[in-house]
Design a protein around this ligand. Structure first.
Ligand SMILES: Cc1cc2nc3c(=O)[nH]c(=O)nc-3n(C[C@H](O)[C@H](O)[C@H](O)COP(=O)(O)OP(=O)(O)OC[C@H]3O[C@@H](n4cnc5c(N)ncnc54)[C@H](O)[C@@H]3O)c2cc1C
Length: 237
């Protein structure tokens, strides 16, 4: 566990018009360990006023690591507005790891991952971790965004989906004329889960995203008979 440890931004990538990934490296070069799914508290300290503000962000890379990757929706709020003009070399304080949303890779051979928007972040950590371990897990991911251009990490997920042990289903809730979208449309619901994941009862489910997404997915799983003990969820906001 680390508390207010200095980290420096080493990479900034705009992934979509509103989502940016940030890579932070520990100034002292030490690695931290965590379970995929957990989050870090990122603190910004104003150099002139000394005022600080902190927010939780799910860790998107796999453990253990001396760097932390975050996928952040820049909504121009109190914290995210600090990141609007972030530059390589900017310093933040990190406390980590936190959270009960922990990927128990040994708990099952089969998983169902339900990701909404930037809620993909902890699943990237889980997928990368499973790859590193050469795990033989079988997983299906239903990944939902409002617009087609908001599907982040799509290339990496498509690459993972070349392996028959991982199936990716992407769904867009607000397809637009001319966006070229040919995949699923609409919200993740009980019908979509039954259609896309016929063996859903055999899977341990993980859900992450905005509160409405998490609640809808959880309700859908329970409505089709899934044991709530087999559903782990992380709600943002
Ligand atoms: C465990 C956990 C993990 C999280 N992980 C991530 C993560 O990986 N990536 C990430 O981007 N966020 C994540 N969040 C959310 C993050 O902590 C902040 O709440 C978010 O960045 C907004 O902070 P802010 O200070 O900029 O906004 P604030 O100034 O606190 O204002 C937030 C306001 O904006 C509204 N709002 C929230 N989301 C949106 C939106 N998408 N568009 C418009 N308005 C919105 C809220 O209703 C609220 O009124 C996580 C939260 C938790 C609790």
């Amino acid at each position: 566990m680390i508390k207010d440890r200095p980290y420096t931004i080493t990479e900034i990538k705009k992934l979509t018009p509103s989502v940016t990934s940030f890579l932070f490296k520990a100034d002292d070069g030490t690695s931290i360990d965590f379970t995929p799914g957990m989050f870090a508290m990122l603190k910004h300290v104003d150099s002139s006023t000394g005022e600080s503000i902190a927010r939780a962000f799910s860790i998107a890379n796999e453990p253990p690591s001396d760097h932390l990757e975050f996928v952040i929706s820049l909504i121009h709020g109190r914290f995210t507005s600090k990141l609007d003009n972030a530059k390589i070399g900017d310093k933040y304080l990190v406390s980590a790891p936190y959270g009960q949303f922990r990927f128990d890779i040994g708990s099952s051979k089969k998983f169902l991952f339900l990701a909404g928007g930037t809620g993909i972040a902890p699943f990237m950590s889980m997928m990368r971790y499973a790859k590193r371990l050469n795990s033989d897990m079988n997983s299906v991911m239903l990944y939902s965004t409002k617009y087609a251009n908001e599907l982040i990490y799509k290339d990496q997920l498509d690459e993972y989906a070349k392996d028959s042990s991982f199936r990716l289903v992407t769904t867009v809730t607000r397809p637009q004329d001319g966006d070229g979208w040919t995949g699923e449309t609409g919200h993740v619901n009980a019908e979509m889960i039954k259609k896309e994941v016929p063996d859903f009862m055999e899977r341990v489910s993980y859900i992450c995203g905005p509160p409405a997404f998490v609640k809808a997915c959880k309700d859908a799983l329970i409505s089709i008979g899934v044991n709530p003990d087999n559903v782990k969820a992380e709600m943002w906001g």
